[in-house]
Design a binder for this molecule. Structure first.
Ligand code: SF4
Ligand code: SF4
Length: 169
């Protein structure tokens, strides 16, 4: 299992096109969802996210409307002030958590300061085991995630083996 973030960036970038081909391959060589989920869970269990936090530094965190109230209450502020001080409206992704130079506004020394009430998108990240729609439909974002997330990188490698994918094709 590779967890070193420099290696993940190097290998994930090197395999970007290969990982895009994996998505196409998995459509024509389906593996049971249950098996893929189990593979994803095994990788998740083997990696300590508190030693990484690279998604919080790299990816944006989308907010659902009801999460605004939950987070505002948790940090002891009003919905209005929460929206003003902690959120940002974006064209592509809608409402997201504000970011600093270090990443998400709630990231403190590799740990999430609102962990108990973090948005669902954070809880489910990198969306290989859990997430909206089918796994195959979520696969299109995975090649890019495999350039910074050790869970995504190692899971895609395990998917290649499970689906009989050959990198030489
Ligand atoms: S809310 Fe917490 S888990 Fe989500 S991106 Fe921010 S620091 Fe990370
Ligand atoms: S989900 Fe991926 S990028 Fe985020 S902390 Fe865990 S291993 Fe790191």
């Amino acid at each position: 299992m590779i967890t070193d973030l420099v290696q993940i960036k190097r290998l994930g970038s090197l395999k970007l096109e290969e990982n895009k081909r994996l998505r196409v391959h998995m459509k024509s060589h389906p593996v049971a969802d249950r098996r893929l989920r189990r593979i994803g869970e095994e990788v998740e269990n083997a990696i300590d996210c508190t030693q990484c936090a690279n998604c919080c530094r790299t990816a944006t965190a989308r907010l659902r409307d009801r999460e605004i109230d939950t987070l505002a209450k948790y940090i002891g502020t009003s919905r209005r002030d929460f929206l003003r001080n902690y959120c940002e409206q974006t064209e592509d992704e809608g409402l997201i958590l504000k970011r600093t130079e270090q990443g998400c506004i709630f990231l403190e020394n590799n740990l999430c300061s609102v962990y108990e009430v973090r948005p669902m998108t954070c809880e489910d990240f990198p969306h290989l085991v859990r997430g909206p729609g089918s796994l195959v439909s979520r696969m299109w974002v995975m090649p890019e995630r495999a350039t910074y997330c050790p869970i995504a990188y190692n899971t895609l490698e395990a998917f290649k083996e499970a689906s009989g994918f050959s990198s030489n094709k």
